[in-house]
Ligand binder design. Structure first.
Ligand code: NAP
Ligand code: F7E
Length: 348
């Protein structure tokens, strides 16, 4: 049987690494787009290239960038993918405030470039497309939990750029009968999460503090509350979405809430440190109940011009129609991340 071909933009990111492993295990020939960089940037997929000859032979990397229409067109033409997973993005919400035009170009127009490449190359009826949409589309809306019918009110350049992509995908599905799906993903984390995102910033700092390599962890908005899932569970649903009779959009979420403060408390507890919170606002501190030492402080530097206070999702549609439920609990996720960082720090 001929192997299916998948093209992944953003293959070097957290989700790209989990998804490429899943697809290779399913027998796919996987192609990934890698940005030119002055240094090595494929660390998250390097293991796949050395795990076994069979896996390495199934992974093909191409230099490209979502801002480069001709390059994207050329890669799509040469790969002729059965499935495209558009995971590439400037994915940091805080950074999107300082790079709004670049974020719009990559996260908004980048999707259009990909869809146009598929359409213009005559692949509209053969190539299925997954778009990495986001719970940030909901922004400041107060309805909770959020489902596929909840109105979008994005309040960051990132969310607004992703909203453009969301509707462009819906439009290409309706106008050209293309198989295009939006996965509206709530926050999902893992040991492969970038260290600038809050959960990994916490797990890596907790490991360093435990090992005496760092004194204090500085965070921003401790009240921000998110629906944190495990990235390894979420990539399965990306694949499932492209295996249905008809394309549709789905929320992926755990339905459980945790504030940043609660996540930090649980991460410290995992290494045996009981954190007691005192004070409020910029004066709030997390104190080691045993030693009285301040281990966590709040800094203005990590606040955003506008933030999303609370995001929790209702993934009933994915559960009922695709049989998908996330299997990793928040406690398991926290332990997995902190243990990984402890081991990594010990080996440095
Ligand atoms: P990530 O770890 O930040 O990975 C982003 C990927 O996009 C990286 O491979 C990055 O390449 C690539 N990229 C950035 N700019 C690019 C450009 N101009 N052209 C081509 N590729 C580019 O993000 P993630 O957590 O895996 O998320 C995957 C996707 O899901 C993103 O679109 C994100 O916005 C979306 N999403 C994520 C979450 C979440 O909680 N993780 C939730 C909802 C939606 P480099 O490695 O070279 O930087
Ligand atoms: O922030 C607060 C911060 O940067 C979560 C991306 O994958 O998920 C992610 O976006 C919350 C925010 O993720 C710090 O203000 C407090 O309220 O980890 P984050 P995010 O902004 O939710 C969505 C669904 C995506 O689509 C995105 O691509 O935590 N927070 N203190 C902090 N955040 C950071 N980064 N650093 C802090 O020190």
């Amino acid at each position: 049987m001929v192997a299916k071909k998948a093209l992944i933009t953003g293959i070097t990111g957290q989700d790209g690494a989990y998804l490429s492993r899943l697809l290779i295990d399913k027998g796919y020939e996987v192609h990934g787009i890698v940005r030119r960089s002055s240094d090595h940037n494929t660390a998250r997929v390097d293991q796949l290239r050395t795990d076994s000859n069979q896996q390495a032979a199934r992974l093909n990397l191409h230099f490209g960038d979502l801002t480069d229409s001709a390059g994207i067109m050329s890669i799509v033409e040469s790969v002729q993918p059965d499935e495209i997973y558009n995971l590439g993005a400037q994915s940091q919400v805080d950074i999107s405030f300082s790079t709004p035009l670049y974020t719009a170009d990559v996260d908004g127009l980048g999707t259009l470039r990909l869809l146009e490449a598929v359409r213009v190359l005559g692949l509209a009826n053969t190539t299925r497309i997954y778009q990495a949409s986001t719970s940030d589309l909901y922004g400041k809306g107060s309805a909770s939990p959020k489902c596929e019918q909840t109105p979008f009110e994005p309040n960051s350049p990132y969310g607004i750029a992703k909203l453009y992509s969301y509707w462009t995908c819906v439009n290409y599905r309706e106008a050209y009968d293309m198989y295009v799906c939006n996965g509206i993903l709530f926050n999902h984390e893992s040991p492969l999460r970038g260290e600038n995102f809050v959960t990994r910033k916490i797990s890596s700092a907790v490991a360093r503090i435990k090992l005496g390599k760092q004194d204090v962890l500085q965070l921003g908005n401790l009240d921000a509350t998110r629906d944190f899932g495990f990235a390894g569970d979420y990539v399965e649903l990306m694949w499932l979405m492209l295996q249905q009779d008809a394309a549709d959009d789905y929320v992926m979420a755990t339905g459980k809430l945790s504030s940043v403060r609660e996540f930090a408390r649980a991460a410290f507890a995992h290494v045996g440190i009981e954190l007691r919170f005192e004070g409020s606002g910029l004066d709030e501190r997390g104190i080691d109940a045993a030693s009285g030492k301040t281990l966590l402080t709040v800094s203005k530097e990590f606040f955003r011009p506008t933030d999303v206070d609370l995001l929790v999702g209702d993934a009933s549609k994915a559960r009922q129609q695709l049989g998908w439920t996330p299997s990793t609990t928040l406690q398991e996720l926290t332990a997995m991340m902190v243990d990984f960082d402890l081991q990594r720090e010990q080996n440095l």
